[in-house]
Design a protein around this ligand. Structure first.
Ligand SMILES: CC(C)(COP(=O)(O)OP(=O)(O)OC[C@H]1O[C@@H](n2cnc3c(N)ncnc32)[C@H](O)[C@@H]1OP(=O)(O)O)[C@@H](O)C(=O)NCCC(=O)NCCS
Length: 152
């Protein structure tokens, strides 16, 4: 079996698996129904990452104005640190650029050190903070601007 990494748009048959991956990774996973409802919206994109034909990661985002907002990013624990999330986010950025986007943004729990390290590695920077966004925990609002300069 090839262990090739592949990122592709989700089809309706992926919804149950995408919800399962989120359930295994996220404190507030979306259900398959929620993902399916979102998938009907033109501005919404759901990506699936596969290893050897098996879905192991997922990312979804909304294209809003001139930026893309990531809703969820999750990679199954056994498949982490192999570039799966990087491949998902790289594709999300490509799509956002293709659609005329200038930036990409998301919220991450201040205490989620692994995700913060991941986003920092990808060039995201905190531009805001929302206390109590995740119950007790604050959210950091991260942005990455696609322009040549990083001085915004
Ligand atoms: C955050 C998450 C999506 C990263 O997925 P991943 O596929 O393991 O990420 P990658 O392999 O593409 O990592 C790329 C780089 O990010 C950094 N990174 C990723 N995970 C890290 C960790 N746990 N600690 C420190 N750095 C990390 C590293 O620089 C890594 O490169 P390296 O492996 O060569 O050192 C994954 O850990 C996850 O699903 N976590 C639980 C859900 C979650 O927190 N989602 C985000 C909510 S906003």
């Amino acid at each position: 079996m090839s262990m090739e990494l592949r990122v592709r748009p989700a089809v309706p048959d992926d919804l149950v698996r995408a919800a399962e991956i989120q359930r295994a990774c996220l404190s507030r996973p979306w259900t398959a129904d929620q993902l399916g409802d979102s998938l009907r919206r033109e501005s919404y994109r759901l990506l699936i990452a596969e290893f050897g034909g098996v879905a192991v990661g997922t990312a979804d985002f909304v294209l809003t104005g001139d930026y893309a907002e990531i809703c969820n990013l999750a990679v199954l624990p056994a498949f982490r640190r192999r570039g799966v999330a990087t491949a998902l986010m790289t594709r999300a950025e490509e799509i956002a650029k293709e659609e005329g986007g200038a930036s990409i943004t998301l919220e991450v729990s201040e205490q989620n050190t692994q995700a913060r390290a991941f986003y920092a590695a990808l060039g995201f920077q905190a531009e805001g903070r929302r206390p109590g966004f995740y119950g007790e925990e604050a959210a950091l609002i991260l942005w990455k601007h696609f322009g040549a300069s990083a001085d915004r």
